[in-house]
Design a protein around this ligand. Structure first.
Ligand SMILES: [Zn+2]
Length: 348
């Protein structure tokens, strides 16, 4: 299993204009409070990674109660809007509309350079490394990412002949300049069973929004063909930022981040069946150190652990770089990217 260091994955929040990002956060808080004032229709879920019910209360964020799984240490919202309600959120809410029509457009140029291009290179490198014997015209490529249009356009530019399907729930109304892209939108965030079999499945920012990562992996067993690849990203609970800031983490904004698996939980899940091989599991997040440092500066009266003061008070630019590299090398930053291969069934 590969662990890549220094790839500098940028978070969407880092490239968004501050004023409009603040406006979006307020809109999310207002809309979730209004829409889900009555939580009678909410559902209770077991751990989305290991299915265990044993958990310890963690914190409350905007009416969402997060717990930590006692078994695999996944952090998750234990009660949450139903699948139907979440499908509405991603296709009909003002908050998602604002994100798509305003924030993504305002940040389009830097998003293209800092997020989409590195991700496209990650996927293209993966295709040439792991599917080198398969000609592009024989590759069926499906993208179920949230807000995945930019990445699909970029991939289509350099993969002539490859059949590409845009299936993300947020992208059903998008138009593509390349004729190679077909639209087959999933009707639900939790159900991808109608998709045609594919050699490559891309799921950016999906795992944190679905009701069960474990059940999703079972669905992938029939959607991804033998020797096929899955490229996915996900925030992780075991990272330095989440572990340090916990209830004060600025990056947990429900209902976008309902699941934050631990790296250990993910590895155990992917290795539990013989159906998958982990080709890469890296945590290339690069803002853990800075986010913790900023939170400490903004709330100096908070009772931060002495160890955090020792590590971060007076840290310089070089120190931040070295610390970030250490976190990435130990899979201890708060954002993971994953490449899985669907193994051929072994004949016993
Ligand atoms: Zn668990």
């Amino acid at each position: 299993m590969k662990t890549v260091v220094s790839v500098n994955e940028i978070s969407e929040f880092e490239i968004k204009p501050k004023a409009e990002l603040g406006e979006w956060k307020k809109l999310v808080a207002k809309e979730t409070a209004e829409r889900w004032k009555d939580k009678a229709s909410w559902v209770k879920v077991s751990c989305p990674v290991c299915k265990s019910d044993g958990s310890t209360p963690a914190f409350n964020r905007s009416g969402f109660v997060y717990v930590e799984c006692n078994s695999c240490k996944t952090l998750y919202a234990q009660t949450r809007p139903s699948e139907k309600e979440l499908n509405w959120w991603y296709t009909g809410s003002d908050s998602v509309n604002f994100w798509q029509q305003k924030l993504l457009k305002l940040s389009a140029a830097s998003r293209e350079a800092k997020i989409i291009e590195p991700r496209a290179n990650w996927i293209l490198d993966g295709l040439s490394e792991y599917l080198s014997n398969t000609p592009l015209k024989n590759i069926h490529y499906t993208d179920i990412s949230f807000f995945g249009k930019g990445l699909i356009e970029k991939i289509a530019e350099t993969t002539e002949g490859m059949q590409i399907v845009s299936a993300g729930i947020t992208d059903g109304n998008e138009k593509y300049s390349s004729g190679a892209v077909k639209i087959n939108t999933v009707s639900s965030i939790d159900n991808i069973s109608h998709l045609q079999q594919t050699n490559v499945l891309v799921a950016i920012d999906v795992l944190e929004r679905i009701s069960s990562i474990r059940d999703f992996l079972l669905q992938l067993e029939s959607v991804v063909s033998p020797d096929g690849l899955v490229f996915a990203t996900c925030p992780v609970s075991s990272g330095f930022e989440i572990q340090s800031l916990w209830d004060q983490s600025p990056s947990i904004i429900p209902p976008d981040k309902l699941n934050l698996p631990s790296v250990k939980g993910l590895i155990e899940l992917f290795t539990a069946s013989s159906k998958w091989k982990i080709l890469e599991l890296s945590t290339p997040g690069m803002f853990d150190v800075e986010l913790v440092r900023q939170a400490m500066l903004q709330s100096p009266g908070e009772n931060w652990p002495r160890s955090l003061h020792v590590l971060l008070d007076g840290i310089d630019h070089q120190g931040i770089g070295l610390f970030t590299e250490y976190l990435q090398s130990q899979r201890l930053s708060s954002f993971a990217r994953i490449v899985l291969r669907r193994e051929r069934s072994k004949i016993l």
